[in-house]
Design a protein around this ligand. Structure first.
Ligand code: SF4
Ligand code: SF4
Length: 191
């Protein structure tokens, strides 16, 4: 599937969690979903958004792993932790700016989305993208997405002074060139 890219459009998510169900059914996931679907502001809105690994060009999760258990392939896909190496220390959980990795204590293993590497490496689409009814999660040719969608694909993020470029694209309003995340905006404020 040369030229195919992964696109996330939170504004299309209807919160059905089909993606989570499909992800959990993948043989290599042991019944665990690697995707989270969260309410954005439960008190005031029913809006939801899916979170997948964004496959950072310089993955912080791998940089902080003391066991060198997280590898990024030449194809740009950041794999889940290598089971013989992972010591379940949770450094990656704390370091990931997108909140993706999860440590499974019972398995002593970090597990995260690897863009369904067992499928995409043989020309199949990731499980979540095959079932998402609103195409909030899409795996397809970039030129088609740009033609069909009003939103603009972006893969540059700014977390404070830290710039992060990702393999996965996030759909954003057309005037946005990079997405700035100010953590303080998301902290609880007294009303
Ligand atoms: S399948 Fe698509 S619409 Fe449903 S929760 Fe997942 S991302 Fe949202
Ligand atoms: S989104 Fe998080 S888990 Fe995925 S590659 Fe980037 S730092 Fe690692």
């Amino acid at each position: 599937m040369n030229g195919y890219q992964f696109f996330v459009d939170p504004s299309r998510c209807i919160g059905c969690k089909s993606c989570m169900q499909a992800c959990a059914e993948c043989d290599s996931h042991r019944g665990v979903s690697m995707i989270h679907v969260d309410f954005l502001d439960r008190a005031n809105s029913i809006a939801t958004a899916p979170t997948v690994c964004m496959h950072c060009e310089t993955p912080t999760c791998a940089m902080v792993c003391p066991a060198d258990a997280i590898k990024r392939g030449e194809d740009g896909i950041v794999r889940s932790a290598l089971e013989p190496r992972c010591i379940a220390c949770s450094n990656c959980v704390l370091a990931c700016p997108f909140g993706v990795p999860t440590v499974h204590v019972e398995l002593e293993l970090m597990m995260k989305c690897d863009m369904c590497y067992d499928r995409t490496s043989i020309g199949l689409r990731p499980m979540c993208a095959t079932v998402c009814p609103s195409q909030a999660l899409t795996f397809g040719p970039a030129d088609l997405i740009e033609r069909q969608r009003a939103a603009r694909p972006v893969r540059d993020f700014q977390f404070g002074h830290e710039h992060v470029r990702t393999k996965v694209w996030m759909m954003a309003p057309t005037d946005v060139r990079d997405i700035t995340v100010d953590v303080a905006d998301y902290m609880w404020k007294e009303q």
